[in-house]
Design a protein around this ligand. Structure first.
Ligand code: ASP
Length: 372
């Protein structure tokens, strides 16, 4: 085995120290991470909100995660510390505290995470009362034999793990936006499916135009993926899901293979956007599998988006050109440290490298923007 130079030795021992300080040992003792020094340039990619919100602090999600990774922290611990900033920031209405609630006015959150080197995963869906579902997802990974806990079970698990359960994760702003939505749709709410679709669509567009909803956050989520200098890859996705969803609806974000997929030997991919389209096509899994076959992250994600386009045949989901009339975005990186942000329609994403954090344009399958 190659001898470690001082820097690599310090990184390894620091990482071990951070892991030891992180809390109780896992139920299923992990073999120590094998040090295979590689010359990978570390990078963190995320949805654009990962380089926007600071929750009153000085650093964004990608800056925080990148700083921790390059100081030797476990990659997943670093990514989760990054997305926690967005989950806790009431200004991001698509994630965690202050995320737009479901049709009953209740904030229900979804999250999952994957640890490449440990080959472990965990997730929670429709959890209420916990601002940082990504942390609960990580505990599902570390402290249970399961991959997904939902609803009340997920909340009970969080309580048992020592989380404070709050009555309501709405902020004044998200509660008022929900009231406005309720007022505008219909007090009876359950219209015929056809009328409901068109009422929802019309009201969503009106509320965006009237400034009730950030256009970027009618859909919205944060996915964040990173690779360390040692080539360790992890990812996390966390969201309040589709605004005004039917209570109990889980989207793609907590589902392994859809909202996130990581293979520590190959790469990571995660998503934001229309969860139903992603769930039908399991795009994050497809993207990682394409990368396994040698595709660059950009081409891998374009393959997945083309599959979504081919499988979208319902008229209500298509624009006048027959293209999917919704946004769907992927953030991907491979084991070489190559990365890409690829979207159905033009958008931006966040990247942090040794040159600092940037918000940059994504590769788009189609020009323009969806009309809904
Ligand atoms: N993908 C998320 C969901 O469908 C929402 C989003 O990213 O906007 O729940």
């Amino acid at each position: 085995m190659k001898k470690l130079n001082r820097r690599e030795f310090v990184q390894t021992t620091t990482a071990a120290g951070v892991a030891a300080a992180a809390g109780p040992a896992t139920l299923f003792g992990q073999a120590p991470t094998v040090m295979t020094p590689k010359s990978v340039k570390p990078v963190v990619v995320s949805s654009a909100n990962g380089n926007r919100y600071k929750n009153g602090g000085t650093k964004t999600c990608v800056e925080t995660a990148f700083g921790l990774i390059t100081s030797g922290s476990d990659v997943l611990d670093a990514l989760i510390a990054g997305v926690n900033i967005v989950e806790l920031d009431p200004e991001d209405s698509s994630v965690g505290y202050g995320g737009l609630p479901n049709a009953d006015g209740v904030v229900q959150l979804d999250s999952c995470c994957m640890h490449g080197p440990k080959k472990r995963a965990g997730g929670v869906a429709e959890i209420e009362g916990v601002r940082t579902p990504s942390k609960v997802a990580q505990l599902v990974m570390d402290q249970t034999d399961h991959h997904l806990l939902v609803g009340k079970g997920a909340q009970d698990f969080a309580r048992n793990m020592g989380f404070k359960i709050e009555d309501d994760l709405n902020t004044e702003k998200s509660r008022k936006a929900w009231l406005e939505w309720k007022r505008r749709t219909d007090p009876l709410h359950y219209l015929s499916p056809k009328d409901r679709d068109s009422a929802h669509h019309r009201v969503a567009m009106e509320m965006i135009a009237d400034g009730w909803i950030d256009p970027e956050h009618y859909y919205g989520t944060i996915n964040c993926d990173g690779i360390s200098p040692k080539g360790e890859i992890c990812g996390v996705t966390t969201t309040s899901g589709l605004s005004w969803k039917i209570p109990g609806r889980a989207g793609d974000s907590p589902i392994l293979g859809a909202g996130l997929y990581v293979d520590g030997d190959v790469g990571a991919a995660g998503s934001t956007g229309r969860g139903e389209a992603n769930l039908y096509n399991l795009c994050s899994f497809v993207i990682v599998d394409e990368m396994r076959r040698g595709a660059h992250p950009k081409d891998a994600a374009l393959t997945a988006l083309k599959r979504v386009a081919k499988n979208t045949i319902e008229k209500r989901l298509l624009n006048a050109k027959g293209q999917p009339n919704f946004g769907l975005n992927f953030y991907c990186l491979n084991a070489k440290g190559e990365y890409a942000g690829v979207a159905m329609y033009q958008s931006t994403y966040a990247v942090c490298t040794e040159n600092g954090a940037q918000t940059v344009p994504m590769e788009a399958l189609f020009e323009g923007r969806p009309t809904d």
